[in-house]
Design a protein around this ligand. Structure first.
Ligand code: AMP
Ligand code: GLY
Length: 420
């Protein structure tokens, strides 16, 4: 098969790495890709949020299967355009992608399906929103309804912070994403993520993970896209995972089907677990980044068959072949991230890395120039390893990190502290 992956991050490098290992894969193109992806696949410049351009590209290159990495092309309907053109695609329709693109839509689905989640109210005007905050008190969570690149959620520990967040959102700080605001009850507990493939009707769990969102050790400092992750997540025991599937994911998928907008792709359920009970924090309609990197390390080539089965509506015929293993990824980022940082600095030491089925450096923001690898983004490398235990995976990953020579980079030394 000729396969096209859309995206350019560590998530897409790990997807490409897994797909490449499947004998079904004759040719792999990643658009736009990065320097690490270019070492294993063809990269092509393409406006991946333009459905027409993606369809033309797929037709010109005789693509049999498209895998959509990030949420933005899904929200703009790229998967719909591909399906209309008769191209097999892994990823939900724009209508089903609202599970990520609209927080109030997700709340509506939770109400209709009885999925446990935080109590909430929706507002389109500031004054009633502020009155509600005063009535409920802090801590309280204020969310811009739309996609805000992970920045639209304010967990307010006091009322004033929440009220200020309302002013920011209705003041246009998040553009159209903040035209509607969801205010939620603050949930206590431990967060973990569950990843489930869906073909519109059937579902298949492909693993659990936990990430570290804060930039600093001890989970302190500013929020980032994620500084490291590991799989499985010990807090999501088989019993709690089964509850999450039965009470949250399955009813959601059934409700989407009932509405005539079935969900096909990967559903990433962000969960809060307390006293053995999972509650939904949010859905994403794509793989997490960097969670995908640890899932791909554990699943390997079979993920290609599973994604294809999801796209073709035959998930019920499949199963996951699990090894009893653990994986961890350490994000190496440019100093200054998530604030401003330097670009174009040289990364050395990557050639000497052991790269095999248990050790991989997945690239995120990199480009190559004159035979050198240069940093071109905030999160730059995802150093990923697998082991029989989480400790073994962690020791391997940090041994690789220590072999990287990049003075302008930094990473956290404590990924996985909660689980170890
Ligand atoms: P989201 O973008 O919805 O995942 O929110 C970002 C982060 O905010 C989550 O990963 C949680 O850590 C936190 N968060 C969101 N909603 C709540 C809530 N209702 N209670 C506590 N923390 C929350
Ligand atoms: N690592 C969090 C996310 O991908 O949304």
């Amino acid at each position: 098969m000729n396969i096209l992956i859309l995206g350019s991050g560590g998530r897409e490098h790990s997807l490409a790495w897994a797909v490449m290992q499947n004998p079904k894969c004759d040719r792999l193109i990643v658009a736009p890709g990065n320097a690490g992806i270019a070492q294993i696949a063809d990269c092509a410049a393409l406006d991946i949020e333009n459905g027409g351009a993606v369809v033309s590209f797929a037709e010109e290159n005789a693509i049999d299967f498209v895998i959509v990495g990030p949420e933005a092309p899904l929200a703009t309907g790229v998967a719909d355009r591909l399906r209309e053109a008769g191209v097999l695609v892994f990823g939900p329709s724009a209508e089903a992608a609202r599970l990520e693109a609209s927080k109030s839509f997700t709340k509506e689905i939770c109400d209709a399906s009885g999925a446990p989640t935080a109590a909430y109210a929706r507002f389109t005007e500031a004054e009633p929103a502020k009155a509600y905050i005063r009535e409920q008190g802090a801590p309280i969570v204020v969310k811009a309804d739309g996609l805000a690149a992970g920045k639209g959620v304010i967990v307010a520990m006091d009322e004033q912070t929440a009220v200020d967040a309302i002013d920011d959102m209705f003041g246009g700080a998040f553009g159209g994403a903040g035209a509607e605001v969801v205010i939620e009850e603050f949930m206590e507990g431990e967060e973990a993520s569950l990843f489930v493939l869906c073909d519109g009707e059937d579902i298949l769990s492909i693993g659990t993970a936990q990430d570290h969102k804060r930039v600093g050790e001890g989970d302190t400092g500013l929020n980032t896209g994620g500084m490291g992750a590991y799989s499985p997540a010990p807090v999501l025991s088989a019993e709690i995972e089964a509850k999450a599937m039965d009470q949250i994911v399955r009813p959601t998928i059934a409700e989407m089907k009932r509405r005539g907008t079935p969900f096909q792709g990967v559903l990433y359920a962000g969960l809060m677990i307390k006293d053995g009970q999972p509650k939904l924090v949010e859905y994403n309609v794509r793989f997490g980044d960097p969670e995908c990197q640890v899932l791909m390390m554990r699943l390997g080539a079979q993920v290609m068959d599973l994604m294809q089965a999801a796209a073709e509506g035959r998930l019920s015929e499949t199963q996951v072949n699990w090894a009893d293993d653990h994986a961890m990824t350490i994000v190496v980022a440019a100093k200054g991230y998530p604030g401003s940082y330097e670009k174009g600095t040289v990364i050395n030491g990557l050639d000497a890395m052991p790269e095999d089925s248990s050790n991989m450096v997945f690239h995120a923001g990199t480009k190559s120039a004159e035979g050198q690898i240069l940093a071109s983004g905030g999160r730059v490398l995802n150093v990923t390893a697998r082991g029989d235990t989480l400790q073994e995976a962690r020791d391997r990953a940090y041994a690789m990190v220590d072999g990287i020579d990049w003075p302008q980079g930094f990473f956290r030394r404590d990924i996985g502290w909660r689980a170890l």
